[in-house]
Write a protein that binds this ligand. Sequence first.
Ligand code: AMP
Length: 399
Amino acid sequence: MKILVANIGSTSLKWRLFHFVGEQEQMLHKGGLERVTDYPQAIRTCLEQLQQAGHIQHAADLAAVGFKTVLARGITGCVRLDERVLQAMEAFNSIAPAHNPPYIAGIRLFAQAMPGVPLVGLFETAFYQWASPAAQRYAVPESWYDLGVRRYGFHGASHKYIAERSAELLGREDVARRVRQLYVDGGTTPVRSPALRVISCHLGGSSSITGLRDGIAVGNSLGMSPQSGLPHNNRVGDLDAFALPHVLRQTGMTLEEAERQLCKESGLKALSGGYNDMRDITARAQQGEARAQLALDHFVHAIRHWIGAFLVELNGADALVFTAGIGENDFGLRAAVCRDLDHLGIELDPALNQQTRAQEAVISSPHSRVKVMVIPTNEELVVARETRRLLIKEQEGLS
Ligand code: AMP
């Protein structure tokens, strides 16, 4: 079974082709286009590249195309992307303005380019369905909740990958099996005691932290929108709700301009004075630029805040995992996050930390109670796996 996973940006298309034979899984092809102005042409180029590489003859050779969809009103999980789902995504365009509109447009173009090929979305919110009701609420009037004002959580594909892989690496196949089965049985696969407690830190262009008890997310630092939680490269992170009306009243700024500034001109970019790549921010901080140092310090402060929240929620941790572009590569940031946490059982091995880039490794000292790990994430693989599972479930339902 060949499944294409398409990652849609407003001006980019990236893809990976996976091949499943029984329980064997293989990535056959990886490609992408930047600065896309003609999206239908970009989809044709993607198919041509798969044909030229000899992986498919026609689009119909694809069992499905999977998408890492972000958020839809009243819908989550892994679902077929029919018109009903696209409209539910549209209904939440204003919550995910950088994500939903390009995805909806791109999915419609894929449907035109390859009629008959199932299009499937794994929603980024899906992984948090089993968090407690308390962790999914804001303290707003019921009428606001009815409009969708609640905590959803995002980066579900990435944190699910970390939940499964960390369990495998920690010798807890029982927990890994539960994570694999999650969207089939809703987390009822039995696991043994003691509970496996993992804190997963996805630190990249956008960032979030999740607490995992026996592979199930107890919450996520991202709340109602992908602009919340930790500060992101250019998106704001958590902000007091009263900041927005205050700025609008004081300046006469339009709501649209305020939204643009919160989505494109905030986060680490705002604090550092214009840099939104951690490598640039670190270099400027090392050269003594105070604003770059402030951006770094604020990021570390926010990360430690959320790690602390999940340490309490989970009654400690067995592992603290770093993943995504910054988490996998930036040993200086990992060191800053783990500084002075020995009383909580977190002690890095400086040499192991420094030599670990984008590879699986334990970077804590042997006597650290909490294992600190680096695990490169693989969100596309999670989308492909869940897409395959949905197709199999549908086929079983028909037979
Ligand atoms: P991601 O969203 O996971 O693709 O992460 C992208 C971000 O990771 C970039 O914007 C950089 O800030 C950061 N990044 C990538 N490589 C490094 C590195 N070697 N050191 C520090 N940060 C990095």
